[in-house]
Design a protein around this ligand. Structure first.
Ligand code: NAD
Ligand code: ZN
Length: 342
């Protein structure tokens, strides 16, 4: 089959023939139809310090996808050939302390498809049956293929927060931040302020329901205006940029909550007493998607019709155009970029 492969410890991907995956008894084989391209794939493509430390080429790249089940191992009970599915890309052990206390999103034995084992930028992928998530009939493969980053946004927006009526600041309107705007809107936030340095992305944030979409330099004034100087109830930090992280702590109200999803490139200094302790705020570190309450929330929000992620998808390419897909993401001109695999 055709697959987009990280072939060697160097910059780039290679589209090449690889053997079709063979499934184990507890796995299913999925014919990939759509696959989302993510910043992580760009890191692997560029072969940066993180990728060099984590990945062991050769392997097939890609971790966001949807498709049709084409083969089912004998131990898998509730997935059939022909089912329309997506999947949780974090494969966890199920046996450690975290997994056994309902926290498998932080399982220390997690292996990620397209990072630690073969991924989905290919005609077929093998997945453990436990990771498979069924799509409703009226959910397209396009939307199925972006459940992974949408799930990051659902987890960040809804875990431990009280969104109905809340004032919310979203710092960073990459695909995940823009999804979060739509989720906060569907969840009943009273005021959503979105910040980004990129006007195209601010326009997408507005389209997804942001009341104010502003440059970071205007975020403080927008928050003061919207909250009578109090600060927002919740900040969703979706950029990983140090100045935005400090802004998150500065613009959350006393006693509020900061959800950190964005990953800073290097260590950053935080004045704990002033920025966190004496404000009495709660800071939550987001890892992936909670298994599987985030997935249940995602399906129910999609069913409600209140949340529609489709405007976030701005570019689609065949696997052959992988270089162009990476270029578009790096340029910042895109919302979500997907591969039309079949
Ligand atoms: P992205 O890089 O497309 O989005 C980041 C956005 O932040 C960009 O639009 C950028 O213009 C904007 N930005 C830059 N400076 C800013 C500033 N000062 N204020 C506000 N916005 C600013 O990334 P994405 O794919 O949407 O992912 C968002 C972040 O989440 C990334 O840091 C990514 O690494 C991280 N991430 C974390 C997890 C997790 O499990 N914790 C999972 C996926 C992604
Ligand atoms: Zn575990």
């Amino acid at each position: 089959m055709q697959a987009l492969v990280k072939a060697s410890a160097a910059v780039g991907f290679v589209l090449t023939e690889v053997p079709e995956p063979r499934i184990r008894d507890d796995e299913v084989l999925i014919r990939v139809r759509r696959a989302g391209v993510c910043g992580t794939d760009v890191h692997i493509h560029e072969w940066d310090a993180w990728a060099r430390g984590r990945c062991r080429p050769p392997f097939t790249v890609g971790h966001e996808f949807a498709g049709e089940v084409s083969e089912v191992g004998p131990l898998v009970t509730d997935v059939k050939v022909g089912d329309r599915v997506t999947a949780e890309g974090h494969i966890v052990c199920g046996r450690c302390h975290l997994c056994r206390t309902g926290n498998s999103h932080v399982c220390p034995n997690t292996r990620i498809i397209g990072v630690d084992r073969d991924g989905c930028f290919a005609e077929y992928i093998a997945m453990p049956g436990t990771n498979v998530w069924h799509l409703d009939d009226d959910i397209s493969f396009d939307v199925g293929g972006i459940h992974d980053p949408m799930g990051n946004a659902f987890h960040t927006t809804l875990h431990g927060t009280e969104i109905p009526g809340a004032t919310v600041l979203v710092t960073g309107c990459g695909p995940i931040g823009i999804f979060a705007v739509g989720i906060a809107r569907a969840g009943g936030a009273s005021r959503i302020i979105a910040s980004d340095v990129n006007p195209k992305r601010l326009a997408l944030a507005s389209a997804m329901g942001a009341h104010d979409a502003v440059d970071p330099s205007a975020a403080e004034a927008a928050v003061r205006r919207a909250t009578d100087g109090l600060g927002v109830d919740v900040v969703l930090e979706m950029s990983g940029v140090p100045s935005a992280i400090h802004q998150a702590f500065a613009l959350v109200r006393v006693g509020g909550r900061v959800q950190l999803l964005g990953i800073p490139a290097k260590p950053l200094e935080v004045e704990l007493a002033k920025e966190i302790i004496f404000k009495g705020i709660t800071v939550y570190g987001v890892v992936g998607r909670r298994m599987y309450e985030t997935w249940i929330q995602m399906t129910q929000f999609l069913r409600s019709g209140q949340f529609d992620p489709r405007p976030v998808i701005t570019h689609r390419f065949p696997l052959e155009a992988h270089a162009e897909a990476i270029r578009v993401i790096k340029s910042g001109e895109a919302g979500k970029v997907i591969f039309e695999v079949a």
